[in-house]
Design a protein around this ligand. Structure first.
Ligand SMILES: Nc1ncnc2c1ncn2[C@@H]1O[C@H](COP(=O)(O)OP(=O)(O)OP(=O)(O)O)[C@@H](O)[C@H]1O
Length: 229
């Protein structure tokens, strides 16, 4: 997400210090075993022993000098809900974009680890909160722009365009990396954004992997840019 552009915009000291800290908040979420794994008698190798520590339970004895406990800003066990993950680790970051702070929220992990599942839920909650926040502003009015790309086999595609053309990445001295000719939609409202995200979902490359029948096979980047009007 990119922060607001607009002349009158000011940020508070608290927001300013958050921006200067360039904080990165890293969380881990363990997904529950799926039907296939349960049928095979698999057991989870990972256990969250408190809010910040996850342990690997099956260290072979000959490698016992390897660490088996890992600490993150927050860890979520397999009974956690996406709402919990969102509220504690993501909401503040998503809303900070409306106060002038560029922010990114991304998921990383092997196939079938639950990236799409978690990010879909998180996106839904973030959209609801962003529009709720905007509707409660009496002194500020926002316009939102939305764009979406997919990176697949080293190619960048515009998910809001049906022509399937490969887009070029350009290095702009002021803006940084820019995707040339990328469609930017001016959002009418929350439902418009949801419709566009569904359309992007339909455009994505999917395929089967040994671990995930509906693997996304690509990286998707959704970008929301609020503008003060
Ligand atoms: N926290 C969870 N609770 C219940 N089911 C989950 C959870 N996380 C993932 N799943 C299920 O596990 C399967 C794999 O998840 P998902 O497709 O999100 O993985 P992925 O990391 O995006 O995989 P890929 O990289 O292959 O696209 C899906 O069927 C999804 O519904």
């Amino acid at each position: 997400m990119e922060s607001i552009s607009g002349d009158e915009f000011e940020i508070s000291d608290e927001q300013d210090s958050t921006a200067q800290e360039e904080k990165i908040f890293v969380t881990v979420r363990v997904r529950p075993l799926n039907g296939k794994e349960i049928a095979k008698g698999d057991a989870s190798d990972w256990e969250c022993v408190n809010n910040t520590t996850i342990i690997f339970k099956n260290n072979p004895s000959e490698r016992s000098t390897y660490p088996n406990a890992y600490t993150f800003d927050r860890v979520y066990g397999c009974d956690s809900s996406t709402k919990e993950v969102y509220e504690e680790g993501v909401k503040g970051i998503a809303l900070s974009v409306l106060n002038g702070i560029n922010s990114s929220i991304f998921a990383y992990g092997q196939t079938s680890s639950g990236k799409t599942y978690t990010m879909s839920g998180i996106t839904e909650y973030a959209i609801a909160d962003i529009y709720d926040y905007i509707s409660r502003q009496n002194d500020r009015e926002f316009a939102l722009k939305f764009s979406a790309i997919e990176i697949y086999n080293e190619c960048v595609r515009d998910l809001l365009s049906h022509d399937g053309a490969q887009l070029r990445l350009l290095d702009d001295p002021e803006k940084g990396v820019v995707v040339e000719k990328l469609t930017e939609a001016n959002l009418r409202d929350c439902n418009h954004l949801k419709e566009l995200i569904s359309a992007c979902e339909a455009e994505r490359q999917t395929g089967e992997t040994t671990l995930n029948e509906m693997s996304s096979r690509s990286h998707q980047i959704l970008r929301l840019v609020p503008i003060l009007i």
